[in-house]
Design a protein around this ligand. Sequence first.
Ligand code: OOG
Ligand code: MG
Length: 257
Amino acid sequence: MNQTTEHIAGLLDDAAVKAQAIEQFAPGSFDLDQAYRIQRASIERRIARGDGTRGIKLGFTSRAKMIQMGVNDLIWGWLTERMLEEEGSTVDLARYIHPRVEPEVCLLTRRDITGPINALEAADYLEAVAPAMEIIDSRYQNFKFTLEDVVADNCSSAGLVVGAWSRRFDRLGNAGVSIAFNGRSVLAGSTAAILGHPLRSVVQAARLVAASGHTLPAGSLIMAGAATAAQELVPDAHIRCDVGGLGHVEFFTGKKS
Ligand code: OOG
Ligand code: MG
């Protein structure tokens, strides 16, 4: 691993730890392959501090997200134990730089994923599904990045809140999703926006992880990607996400620090 990969991983990791944004890298500083190596090197730093990988997330699985961020390729990053925020708890916004929330579904695997799988096989690899919210927090100033930048930054992963698990896989497709802040709806859409059907996120996850030379052990989480654009979190609020047929998930934000 060359110096630059480690160096850039260190800058991004520090930014996350200190909750302080850094400047975007100069265009062409690294290509996509190196961006994924930087991403992994930044995760290794978390692991060295006692954190552990818990699964993966997909990004830009919906048009709404691609349009919001001006980026148009599927990306993936790692989820770790310490990113898990407890459902119903109060999230400390001071841990984040400029957090945004996204309505998602989370899938729990029941078999090791060691290579590509197809859409018909996907449900067979799953133990359960839950309504979820992802808290993304770009380590770049003003949430501005190229595809390479955001991949190096572990795809803005910062937190996730997962609701109750069920085996209602039949309810996954075209379910209405919404997020409300203090009872007022701020985002609405459908799980159909996630690659047409969230089970396709499992297919893509398997393909991408296999291509990277990694495997996903049984019991991994897969965040399917946002169904809508992301919304900036505000302090002192009740945040609730409803996913039709799957239930809801909620948390609170703390006072401004
Ligand atoms: C990148 C992460 C995108 C999603 O669900 O599409 C993502 C970002 O927008 O900062 O998590
Ligand atoms: Mg997301």
